[in-house]
Design a protein. Structure first.
Length: 383
């Protein structure tokens, strides 16, 4: 039978065939999905059908809050105003940015995605705004920059809070005047792009702390969107899991049992969608490939230091006996020292910690100012 996704255009030519059987199984063959569904496995079958019906690039969403967010993103996509997406790491901010682009009048233009934290400070302005030949050592030819690469389309700036103040000022001018001045240039170049920015920090708090320009914030936050942690939208878990498995390509798909789905629903998901993907990939390795059972699910565990501190907390007779901010700082300091000691570089350590290299540098500098040893017994680092 032809598939039609709720509230979405029907995917051209996609079909699903369903039959009953004693053991559930699923096979994808291009635009056809064959399902054999055993009693008790109807929930995952429905999730597979819904995920299979999604248009390319559409995030999987079943929870009412997620569907409302997708609808809101679709409405703002039709305009040309900047969009600010805020939310915790791993909650699908880039997927939402792609949805805004794909449903906008600029869908046929380029979508240029940039992680601001991954750009070295010394080259950030040249990378974003372009540069002229001879503008700096090694600039043997001119380059248009990433903003001009998004001409006629959408520029997605992830971790926008990591932009240094000078780059923030130039970005504000580019938004206001619709032009960029390349590094080493004397003449501005017109550019037509739509900006979608994202961050995992509270930008208003950064504005109050003087780390982010207030005028740029208000220019970006014309229409703010906020992604929710996975633990607050548990109805999305089967849909995201089905979407993840379908993305593996044609052939037999691993079927998630009802007990495994329940265990996924019971988890608190501190790592959000990214953690869910990791758990599913581990399950594919642990299982036989045809099914994912509860025993195949291996979740991320809390570090021993955190568990030890929680045990110490439990031994206190009253909660007031422990200062929570001090406990949090203790966990953070121990975790960063441990990762620094086992990482080949600060960039690798920042990646393992789930923060930007610039944020890690700020934390280390702050600790040095307090007389703390950030690296502890760590070996010399490769910068």
């Amino acid at each position: 039978m032809p598939l039609v996704a709720p509230d979405a255009p029907p995917p051209a030519g996609r079909h699903v065939a369903i039959s009953r059987g004693r053991t559930s199984r699923a096979v994808r063959r291009g635009d056809r999905l064959d399902l054999v569904v055993a009693t008790g496995d109807e929930a995952f079958a429905a999730a597979l059908i819904a995920a299979f019906a999604l248009p390319p690039g559409q995030p999987a969403a079943t929870a009412p809050a997620s569907r409302d967010l997708m609808a809101l993103a679709g409405r703002v996509a039709r305009s040309n105003v900047p969009v600010l997406i805020e939310g915790a790491t791993g909650t699908g901010k880039e997927g939402l940015a792609r949805l805004v682009h794909d449903q906008s009048p600029r869908r046929d233009g380029p979508l240029v995605a940039v992680n601001c934290a991954a750009l070295a400070d010394s080259m950030l302005e040249a990378a974003l705004f372009g540069h002229e030949r001879g503008a700096f050592t090694g600039a043997q030819a001119s380059a248009p920059g990433l903003i001009r690469a998004a001409d006629g389309g959408t520029l997605f700036l992830d971790e926008v809070a990591e932009l240094p103040m000078p780059a923030q000022a130039k970005l504000l001018r580019a938004l206001q005047e619709r032009e960029v001045l390349p590094v080493g240039g004397t003449r501005a170049v017109a550019v037509d792009f739509r900006l979608v920015a994202a961050g995992n920090r509270d930008l208003l708090a950064d504005v109050a702390a003087g780390r982010f320009r207030a005028d740029l914030y208000h220019r970006l936050a014309v229409f703010p969107l906020r992604t929710l942690p996975l633990a607050q939208r548990r109805a999305d878990i089967p849909a995201i899991a089905a979407h993840w498995l379908l993305a593996k390509g044609d052939g037999p798909l691993a079927w998630i049992s009802a007990k495994a789905l329940q265990r996924l629903d019971d988890h608190d998901w501190p790592g959000n969608v990214r953690e869910l993907g990791n758990v599913l990939d581990r399950a594919l390795i642990m299982g036989d490939g045809s099914r994912i059972e509860s025993r195949d699910l291996l979740f991320d565990r809390a570090p021993a230091a955190v568990l030890g501190s929680l045990n110490r907390l439990a031994r206190h007779e009253a909660l007031g006996a422990v200062a929570l901010p001090a406990l949090v700082r203790e966990h953070e300091h121990h975790a960063i020292r441990r990762v620094l000691a086992s990482s080949p570089s600060r960039r690798a350590a920042a990646r393992a910690l789930g923060i930007s290299e610039r944020t890690l540098r700020h934390k280390l500098a702050s600790w040095r100012g307090q007389g703390l040893d950030p690296a502890g017994a760590a070996p010399p680092m490769v910068q």
